[in-house]
Ligand binder design. Structure first.
Ligand code: PEP
Ligand code: MG
Length: 898
């Protein structure tokens, strides 16, 4: 089988459908090459080789691919008319990672590979540019040193060992920018860099290009298992066995002088979705300079440049003179780039994120991929592409990443509070959103406060975990395509970048703006949509969900089959869920209602009562409160079914466990403290989750079931009198045997009949059960003969099928996932193989007895995209999820059916 795929000169061995094998970058390079986009020639070593490497180690893998790699290098040599390691006419290459999905900055890259003391001279002569040759050499040692030889900063307060040498030299020479180094400076840097390598690693810097190449290839494979990559993979649920491909490509140079440069561009705005070509570039620079945010880049289009100048408060003359757009500076290159961006967007039928380099006036495209974007941009782009006729309705729906919709549903700054806000500075609106939190300066301290804002001069991929934890990210340097900006947009996290007015001192842990000093722990707020940095806390409010969001949701409902209900315990939640498009309630957990202050007392009295009479008395106090709850919920869900579950948790959850509260209760109830203590001790269980809970409560204390049924039925009758239609569905929890259900059903029906007689009126209602004990799934045919509906409680079903306690699993699950024993947390994503069998069997058996049996699911999995798809395929009627997941579930419902 082929392990190495070549591309370049308008041909390629691979194509864009081969992402799993070639990685996203490799597949797209092949595709671009085939459709005539100028990409530097190169080759891709497949992701399978990465997996082979992990199994077999370096030597065996090198032996496996040596011949193919050598032949592929020869192919580049032919196309570029250069020769690898040749001192007169050298070929230099880049070595980059590329997994099947883009993982920006998470893995390693080495540029300018093939350099040594002789090659640098040849390159200088050939290009007639000593400055460029030596700058490339020092960059190579720096990258190779960091990536392959492990030359990293010693601690977080330290800077990169090579940067340190450069800073020292700059200070000595009284210069500020890398571009100000003279040829002699660069030669000195190369010399000092190599000495540093020798000192730190004990080894000479490798001079043989082939040794360099193999070192870099292996380093890229290793970076798949680096901390950053592993964290990113886990965060996104990408399995370890995907591996990364390695792309080796002829170098083209953006740092050859003023007629060269490099940049990143997007076919549409990744923050807002607006259909404007945009991006950033730097003259006389290599790619890493743009994303690393070391120099603040310039805008590609004139429009972008003008918008940027307005934010940066730079006047038009100054802008044209000092920060011209590429469109103005190099119109013909801009036009060519503009043509390619159109071709690529049309070809891939999605917004593209491209990297390019201009070498001596020739444009090369280094990469294209479907661009990362915010949730808002995602929705707008999908609808715009649909309206432009580029894609159809189904494709538009498939362009929506369900989980990203979440971003649109969360609070924004209250406009009234914003009016009073004290804006202390402004940066680039790199990723929209509203964030308020306490200042932290180091990524690994982001969890120091409940809400933190990570404030950095610039971020690097090492900061990923902290960026994810922080509520927002603020950087002093870097543009719209800096690491911070790209990663934040991918996470949907509010980010402001390039706020030049900020002076950050890591040692003192201070942020200074206009002479005002802020410290770690001080509150600040970020408005990621305007770039405003605001002192203190700013109030937030619910977002408005009109426009494209409403349009895409309407489309989703057109194609969606499985219905979406919500889990809601209060009228407020029910209203929110309904505004998000919920079609009924799949689970109301009644116990939550008993925790409110005035009720917990009555509840405790009920529990502490020693006689049925005493219990009934206490329950009578609870009845009107519970009835009022149900009236509110029914009203909020008018016209839709509402499933109400009878009391489920073990009673000991309601009694006080602290001495002070026990005393209070004893006084209130005029009983002895000892009596309270005795009762608490009596309710103590070794294993409450498998103890006296669920229908075991209703079966041992039938008066509880009676009271709850009465509250439900009376609430429904009361609403009926007011002309409001409600459809109660009474649900019995934790059923394991048919008899358990039957006994409860009888109480419910008898109570309802009594009330109908009392009131001389009736309502329709259903009595069904949860399927959450494995035995219930096994006995589903018998249970279905009695029950009107099933609702799978996949939380308990997962707990009991795996035998993992819901309350304790967090102690070992992360380790299981890290070790690959489990791929994902089964409490989050339904385990289709195991627990899924019970769900399927339960549904099928149930429908053997009752072909029209209504079946749903109300465990947490009801809001998880993969699980929803599975439930759809199982033939369920509905999934029920928390209110904020409802739009996500509606979308997945459509995607599953398409
Ligand atoms: C379940 O077990 O899946 C369920 C919905 O019930 P609870 O989470 O309340 O136990
Ligand atoms: Mg349960």
């Amino acid at each position: 089988k082929a392990r190495v795929f070549k591309f370049g000169n308008k041909t390629a061995d691979g194509n864009s459908t081969m992402k799993n094998l070639l990685g996203g970058k490799g597949a797209n390079l092949a595709e671009m090459s085939s459709i005539g986009i100028p990409v530097p020639p190169g080759f891709t070593i497949t992701t399978e080789v990465c997996t082979e490497y992990n199994l077999l180690g370096k030597e065996a893998v090198v032996a496996l691919i040596k011949e193919e790699v050598e032949a592929s290098i020869a192919n580049i040599e032919t196309q570029m008319e250069t020769s690898f390691g040749d001192k007169d006419n050298p070929l230099l290459v880049s070595v980059r990672s590329g997994a099947r999905v883009s993982m920006p900055g998470m893995m390693d890259t080495v540029l300018n590979l093939g350099m040594n003391d002789e090659v640098v001279l040849g390159l200088a002569q050939k290009t007639n540019n000593e400055q460029f040759a030596w700058d490339s050499y020092r960059r190579f040692i720096q990258m190779y040193g960091g990536v392959v030889l492990g030359m990293k900063p010693a601690s977080k307060e330290d800077i990169d060992p090579f940067e340190e040498i450069m800073e020292d030299l700059k200070e000595k020479r009284g210069i500020q920018l890398d571009t100000e180094f003279t040829v002699q400076d660069l030669k000195d840097l190369v010399y000092d860099f190599k000495r540093k390598v020798k000192k730190r690693t004990g080894l000479d810097f490798p001079t043989d290009p082939w040794e360099q190449l193999w070192g870099a290839i292996i380093a890229v494979f290793n970076s798949w298992n680096g901390d950053r990559a592993v964290y990113y993979r886990n965060m996104n649920g990408y399995p370890a066995d995907w591996g990364t491909a390695v792309n080796v490509q002829a170098m083209v140079y953006g740092n050859m002088g003023d007629n060269s440069g490099t940049g990143v561009c997007f076919t549409r705005d990744a923050g807002t979705g607006e259909n404007v070509f945009n991006g950033e570039y730097l003259i006389n620079a290599q790619g890493e300079d743009v994303v690393a945010g070391v120099r603040t880049p310039q805008q590609i289009t004139k429009l972008g440049s003008q918008r940027w100048a307005e934010l940066a408060k730079i006047d038009e003359a100054d802008r044209r003179e000092n920060y011209p757009s590429l469109e103005e500076l190099m119109p013909s290159i801009f036009n060519e780039l503009n043509t390619y961006q159109d071709i690529l967007e049309l070809h891939y039928r999605d917004m593209q994120d491209m990297e390019f380099t201009m070498q001596n006036g020739k444009l090369w495209i280094l990469q294209t991929r479907n661009g990362k974007r915010t949730g808002a941009a995602m929705v707008k782009i999908a609808m715009d592409l649909l309206k432009e006729g580029m894609i159809d309705e189904k494709e538009a729906l498939l362009l929506i990443e369900p989980n990203k919709l979440d971003e649109l549903l969360h609070p924004i700054f209250d406009p009234r509070a914003l009016k009073r806000a004290n804006v202390i500075a402004q940066g680039l609106p790199a990723s929209p959103g509203a964030a308020t939190g306490k200042i932290v300066f180091f990524a690994d301290e982001a969890n120091k406060y409940k809400s933190s804002i990570l404030v950095r001069i610039e971020t690097s991929p090492e900061d990923l975990e902290g960026m994810n934890i922080a509520k927002g990210i603020l950087t002093a340097r870097g543009g719209m395509t800096s690491h911070a900006a790209v990663v934040a947009r991918g996470m949907g996290k509010c980010c402001i970048s390039g706020a030049g007015a900020l002076k950050i001192n890591y040692k003192k842990r201070t942020l200074t703006v206009d002479g005002h000093e802020y410290h770690e722990g001080d509150w600040i707020s970020l408005n990621g949509s305007t770039g405003n940095i605001i002192e203190g806390k700013v109030a937030t409010r619910e977002p408005e969900l009109g426009g494209e969001f409403a349009e895409i949701m309407k489309l989703a409902d057109k194609y969606g089959v499985i219905k979406i209900r919500t889990n809601a315990d209060s009228p407020k939640d029910a209203k929110v869920a309904r505004s998000f498009g919920a079609q009924g309630i799949g689970l109301t957990r009644t116990e939550h209602m008993f925790f409110e202050l005035d009720r917990i007392k009555a509840m405790r009295e009920m529990i502490l009562a020693d006689t049925v009479k005493g219990r009934k008395q206490a329950l009578e106090d609870l009845l009107p409160m519970q009835r009022a709850d149900f009236e509110g919920i029914f009203e909020a869900m008018e016209g839709y079914a509402v499933t109400i579950r009878l009391l489920d948790p073990p009673l000991h959850e309601f009694v006080p466990h602290q001495l002070a509260t026990q005393k209070e209760l004893a006084e209130d109830m005029h009983i002895s403290l000892q009596a309270v203590k005795n009762k608490v001790a009596e309710l103590e269980e070794f294993n409450p989750m498998l103890g006296h809970r669920g229908c075991r409560l209703g079966n041992t204390y039938p008066e509880i079931t009676e009271m709850q049924t009465r509250a439900i039925i009376e609430a429904a009758l009361n609403l009926k009198e007011r002309g409001i239609i409600c459809k109660p569905e009474i649900m019995v929890p934790l059923v394991g045997t048919v008899k358990e259900f039957e006994a409860q059903e009888q109480i419910i029906r008898t109570t309802a009949t009594t009330i109908f007689e009392e009131r001389n009126d009736t309502v329709e209602y259903l009595v069904g059960t949860m399927i959450e004990i494995p035995r219930a799934a096994l006995m589903a045919d018998l249970i279905a003969e009695k029950a009107d509906f099933f609702s799978f409680g996949t939380n308990d079903l997962t707990q009991m099928t795996f035998g993992y306690s819901r309350d304790d699993a967090s102690k070992f699950l992360p380790i299981y996932i890290e070790k690959g024993i489990l791929k994902v947390d089964p409490f989050e994503v339904i385990d289709q193989e195991g627990v899924g069998q019970l769900v399927k069997m339960g549904t099928e058996k149930g429908r053997v007895s009752k072909p029209n049996l209504k079946v749903g699911i109300c465990g947490e999995h009801g809001g998880e995209p993969n699980s929803i798809e599975f439930f759809y395929n199982t033939g369920m009627d509905y999934v029920s999820c928390s209110p904020y997941r409802v739009p996500i579930a509606r979308l997945v419902s459509a995607q599953a059916a398409i």
